[in-house]
Ligand binder design. Sequence first.
Ligand code: FES
Ligand code: FES
Length: 202
Amino acid sequence: MDKTFAFTVNGQARTVTTDPERPLLQVLREELQLTGSKYGCGEGQCHACTVLINGKSTPSCITPVRNADGQSIQTIEGLAQGERLHPVQEAFLAEGAFQCGYCTPGMILGVVELLAQTPKPTDTEIRSRLQGHLCRCCNYPKLIKAIHRAAGQTQGANAGPQSITNPTAEGRVSKVEGRRAALASLASRPPALASGNLRAGT
Ligand code: FES
Ligand code: FES
């Protein structure tokens, strides 16, 4: 029997009436049109569907919506502040840490949790975290660089996310703009191919 659940999604109060056992991922995508979280394995193995519940990364494909009742959920759509990307998103852009982008929303939210718990993770800690996130494009070396960048651990004092907007770093800026354009073009593809997943997607 359907029940009504109330929770906060990206800071907004939402109410959904549905089967309590329905996966949270389905509710987010189909009832709330938050399609940034992706369906991969459906078994809690790939973490493409990761969202943060009360700050904890959670595979939403195996989380019944009843478990989210009264909780605070964050999806990739809620990470940027207006036009300003989250530092982890900026770091992924700067390092080109995605190819098809399917794993990217879950990966970014997993990294947000990692950096909240461990602001300066070692390579080993990063690799251990990434073991839970499957990237079919095997983009792991760039992912590791992006995570170090997001943590402010990259080479040089100006290598943090903010350096990509440094007007003196023209080459880097144009590279990043190229990637932004690539993401925008991916987002406009038909649903089956779309993977503009840095912020949201289909
Ligand atoms: S789709 Fe949820 S863990 Fe794979
Ligand atoms: S970038 Fe394609 S699955 Fe990770």
